[in-house]
Design a protein around this ligand. Structure first.
Ligand code: PGA
Length: 240
């Protein structure tokens, strides 16, 4: 793992953008694995700014998102489909037909997503990390061998996400469809970003403890090309 500790959120977003830009600049038809959450918003803003100012094009790129809530229509304001269009896709020139997010709640829906990814090789997978160490919606205890599957969200994850649902946990969906850890690990490169003191324990477990399903992100120690970009608060509990 290559680990960068930056001063703050803006510096993390800038560094993450450098990694992304390097990939897209060298491969016009790059396949991007994308994530939702508050952490990657700064990265996405930098991509939009760069597209507008420097003309970096995503017209030949494809994107595959990590996950989506079960039970929210795609046009719901808190669906990840809406999030991605609002925070990234509407600001760059990626083609709608090249944008992919998992959707649905059946085994067939999961298999369809794996099939859509069958003939591509994700060049870079952007990841955040949950305060409990989840990546995508792969909660603690998830087997490292899982592909796209339906998950029951933990109370902790639903509490963390209640801020997007008027602070009301009862409005947060109870299930999600997510790429599995085996799906995520197929990416050529992983770009994990984490900021804030509430991520410090999960970050320390990811980097300093032996890989264990107790901290799903710790599986990344087994991947050969991982860049981790942290702010000082998220890095505060690391040994080194
Ligand atoms: P966040 O979520 O970026 O909103 O903190 C990260 C995650 O849960 O994976």
């Amino acid at each position: 793992m290559e680990i960068f500790v930056c001063k703050d959120y803006d510096a993390v977003s800038e560094k993450a953008f450098e990694v992304m830009k390097d990939i897209v600049a060298n491969k016009a038809d790059a396949v991007l694995g994308l994530a939702t959450g508050s952490t990657p918003i700064g990265l996405y803003q930098n991509m939009i700014k760069d597209h507008k100012e420097n003309g970096t094009s995503y017209a030949k790129c494809q994107s595959f998102n990590l996950d989506e809530y079960v039970g929210l229509p795609r046009d719901h304001r808190e669906s990840y489909y809406t999030f991605m269009h609002t925070n990234l896709f509407s600001g760059i020139d990626i083609k709608e037909e090249n944008v992919h997010l998992p959707y649905g709640d059946t085994k067939a829906d999961c298999e369809a997503y794996e099939k859509a990814m069958e003939h591509v090789h994700v060049d870079v997978q952007v990841l955040g990390i949950g305060a409990n160490g989840h990546i995508g919606f792969n909660e603690p205890g998830t087997s490292f061998d899982e592909e796209t599957h339906i998950v029951t969200l933990t109370e902790k994850t639903r509490q963390d996400n209640a801020r997007f649902f008027e602070g009301d946990i009862n409005q947060v969906p109870t299930h999600a469809i997510t790429m599995g850890i085996a799906t995520i690990m197929k990416a050529k490169k992983i770009l994990l970003i984490a900021t804030g003191a509430n991520k410090a324990d999960a970050v320390a477990a990811m980097i300093d403890q032996a890989p264990s399903t107790d901290c799903p992100a710790s599986v990344l120690q087994n991947h050969k090309d991982v860049v981790v970009i942290l702010d000082e608060e998220a890095a505060a509990k690391l040994n080194r």
